[in-house]
Design a protein around this ligand. Structure first.
Ligand SMILES: [Fe+2]
Length: 493
């Protein structure tokens, strides 16, 4: 689960509401102020008076970074934490931000008598509250959601937050869209794996096979699906012996190894297979991986500890026809992005990150409503809001997959514009990760040269002209020049 972060002025109920939410979600409750007090060995008011506010803010920044390295927590932040843009960026990147607010009069009532509120230790605390609230207004407004805690008891407020989270979390695992998203992520990970992978049901039929398995089976992928896997292998070993062995072993629900001779295109090869049972909600499947790659692939499956039977069903039933447009677009963006990255001599390590980022950058689009995604015309303001959520949704899905952590900043910022007019954070120029600036360029080119519901694909020449216009505004000017030059010289198509 993504972190849920509560921000807001003192006296808006952050602590008590955070604790209640933590109970509801069975999640860890973390208070950044408490961590600071523990670390410094003194109360916040003493840190302010003995060491000063700027010292406190420095410590706060470090604590926020540390806390945000983990997920699935309910985080209660200090009232002024989000004024620092870096803090806000880290929090935004790692959770859903809910801002609690209340009227100044109520805040005063709730904070009166507390000795641990250094900022309100003045003659006229009400005007101080009004003053600070006004100064912080623009920062609080950047939160994902706002909840007024002026009236209603804690139970009501918590219920309102839970309802809100229910309605805006299409990515929650129980939700149909979330299931679709997860299955798509898993499919793409398995497909992009260079390890040949099959998923087999208990009777031995192949439910899923990735592209890398092509080299092993003579008939190609489509030929494999829903057939008994031992019949796919042109081997002297095939037939009753393998079938019997498989059925005996599968009853034990234990991992096992099997070496088979495979002949394809007159080439003979010994293929070492490793079969691992996947047991999800009483549905058992066998994951068959070529043995040299077993660790890598098992890691992918293990990552999806929350994958349930329903997701596996969707994955297997639509393993070759799911979301072909987004998948095609992602592969095309990946190829162009890598070409541009190689041209600017990006390091191999960064190119690997870029590849994965390109593959998953738009995965969040799968939860955008179909009628918005394929609308035959311009989106209205409400539709735009939903569409603009997709980079954050892509990032949400990727976040729990630890080995994809490096691609998060690129995926989350692939719709930021060079001049700062993009979304979700209005990042500008070189602050936008270079991978995201590359994806933005090739993404635009692919979009222009592809048929859309509301217009035909443009030819290369007119696409180049449009991209020249976007140079320095939406797109990084230097990278755009290099990319357009590659197109003009036919280095890429
Ligand atoms: Fe996108």
């Amino acid at each position: 689960m993504k972190n849920i972060i509560l921000i807001g002025f003192m006296g808006t109920g952050k602590t008590v509401i955070s604790k209640s939410l933590a109970k509801e979600f069975n999640a860890a409750y973390v208070s950044t102020d408490s961590l600071i007090e523990k670390q410094e060995g003194m109360a916040i008011k003493d840190i302010f008076s003995l060491k000063g506010e700027s010292y406190f803010r420095q410590i706060e920044k470090c604590v926020i970074k540390e806390v945000c390295a983990k997920s699935g927590q309910i985080i209660d932040t200090g009232g002024g934490a989000i004024i620092d843009p870096e803090n806000f960026g880290v929090l935004k990147e790692n959770g859903i931000i809910i801002c609690l607010w209340a009227t100044p009069e109520v805040i005063l009532k709730r904070t009166q008598g507390s000795k641990n509120r250094p900022l309100l230790n003045v003659e006229n605390p009400l005007s101080r509250i009004i003053d600070i609230l006004e100064k912080r207004r623009e920062h609080y407004e950047k939160a994902d959601f706002h909840i007024d805690t002026t009236s209603g008891d804690i139970t009501d407020i918590v219920a309102r937050i839970l309802k809100l989270l229910d309605s805006i979390f299409p990515r929650r695992m129980n939700d149909e869209k979330g299931v679709k998203l997860w299955s798509s992520l898993l499919t793409r990970l398995l497909r992009s794996s260079d390890a040949p992978v099959m998923i087999i049901n208990l009777s031995g039929k192949v439910l899923f096979a990735n592209d890398s398995a092509k080299n092993i089976f003579c008939g190609g992928i489509d030929h494999c699906l829903r057939r008994y896997w031992w019949n796919l292998i042109d081997s002297e070993d095939k037939g009753a012996t393998i079938e019997n062995n498989f059925k005996k072993i599968i009853l034990l629900k234990m991992p096992f190894k099997m070496d088979l001779i495979s002949r394809c295109n007159n080439k003979e090869e010994i293929v070492h297979w490793f079969f691992t049972p996947i047991n999800k909600r009483n549905k058992i499947f066998m994951l068959a991986v070529r043995r040299s790659n077993e660790d890598k692939t098992k890691k992918i499956i293990d990552t999806f500890s929350d994958v349930n039977g329903e997701i596996l069903d969707i994955l297997f039933s639509s393993s070759h026809n799911s979301e072909p447009d987004t998948a095609r677009h992602s592969l095309r963006v990946m190829a162009l992005a890598v070409a541009l990255a190689k041209k600017i001599k990006m390091s191999d390590e960064k190119i690997e990150t870029l590849k994965m980022s390109a593959l998953f950058h738009d995965i969040g689009k799968l939860v955008v409503a179909q009628d918005i995604l394929f609308k035959d015309g311009e989106l209205n303001e409400v539709e735009k809001v939903e569409m603009k959520q997709h980079p954050a949704w892509s990032a949400d899905m990727i976040r729990p997959v630890s080995f994809l952590a490096s691609i998060l900043p690129v995926v989350a910022s692939h719709h930021e514009n060079y001049d700062g007019t993009g979304y979700p954070n209005g990042m500008k120029g070189q602050d936008i990760p270079d991978g995201a600036r590359i994806i933005s360029i090739v993404d635009m080119y692919d979009a222009l040269t592809t048929d859309r519901p509301y217009r035909k694909a443009r030819d290369k020449k007119s696409a180049i002209e449009i991209m020249k216009e976007a140079r320095g505004i939406k797109l990084d000017p230097e990278l755009t020049d290099i990319f357009l030059e590659m197109l003009i010289s036919n280095e890429i198509e």
